[in-house]
Design a binder for this molecule. Structure first.
Ligand SMILES: [Ca+2]
Length: 276
């Protein structure tokens, strides 16, 4: 019996030795379509309580259940280098001022800033992606945690390990500019800078009362944005920036900006759905 096992083993070994490079090339990974695209993380299908559990932010109430399909999200904010490549390849007419960009995002590894919502949408289209919905952004920022304040849970005392935000201390040595992307710790889904560095544009129009009548499944935001005394409508901004105080880093904190505004604190990242 032992001898027979040895013979079988030898046959198997010879069979493997007989496999050349040609054979290896025939082997394809299973379910290639399920692998995250380069630089993106899989955000799993699921549901969560969207909104503010802890701080009575009226814009982020009521907390309501949202169900989302799975999607992939850029692990980093879109960089200056990526945006320059987009312009070179597409011929897109970027009407911002590169001197402004260089002042606060001086290298190709810094997040692209001074983008309008239209610039961000154009980049996403070129990349075969789209902007996240506000619900997708918050779900991803929570990183699998439930009812927590920040992407890393609740303690502000460790914020400097995870976020570039106002003031210096800990790992944050970028006091007067954005940091290169990915220099702080990621959240539970492997996403960097969901708190701080640059505010991130979402696809949705902003309305402060939307949470009262949001659909449960894959909400897309209101049909149009809220109007204010000073103007509007606005698109949603999330996550806070290098110039924000810690309260703006909350995963539920909602900010907004008119879609043709450019600022030193505004950037974005993209998402893409899973193949059908
Ligand atoms: Ca950010």
């Amino acid at each position: 019996m032992v001898q027979r096992s040895v013979v079988v083993l030898l046959v198997i070994m010879v069979a493997f030795i007989g496999c050349g490079d040609d054979e290896l090339e025939k082997v394809k990974p299973k379910n290639v379509g399920d692998l995250p695209p380069l630089g993106m993380a899989l955000i799993p299908v699921g549901s969560f309580g969207m909104g503010d559990y802890l701080d009575n932010m009226d814009r982020a109430l009521p907390v309501h259940t949202v169900e989302l399909d799975a999607f992939y999200m850029d692990v980093n904010e879109v960089t200056v280098g990526q945006f320059r490549e987009f312009i070179q390849q597409s011929g897109y007419n970027y009407e911002g001022n590169w001197l402004n960009v260089d002042k606060y995002s001086p290298t190709v590894d810094h997040p692209m800033i001074y983008v309008t919502w239209y610039d961000a949408v154009a980049y996403a289209k070129w990349a075969g992606k789209r902007l996240p919905t506000e619900a997708e952004w918050e779900y991803a920022a929570r990183g699998g945690l439930i009812g927590k304040r920040y992407p890393w849970a609740d303690a502000e005392s460790v914020a400097r390990k995870y976020a570039n935000y106002h003031g210096i201390g800990g790992k944050d040595r970028w006091d007067k500019s954005a940091a290169p992307v990915g220099r702080f710790k990621p959240n539970g889904y492997g996403l960097y800078d969901m708190a701080g560095n640059v505010w991130e544009l979402c696809a949705d129009w902003y309305n402060g009362t939307y949470y009262s009548n949001s659909p449960t499944k894959n909400p897309l935001g209101p049909d149009t944005g809220q109007l204010f005394d000073w103007g509007g409508p606005c698109r949603v901004l999330r996550g806070g920036s290098w110039y924000s105080v810690a309260s703006a880093l909350h995963v539920a904190f909602r900010a907004f900006l008119t879609p043709d505004d450019r600022h030193y604190f505004t950037g974005f990242r993209c998402v893409v759905g899973l193949p059908e």
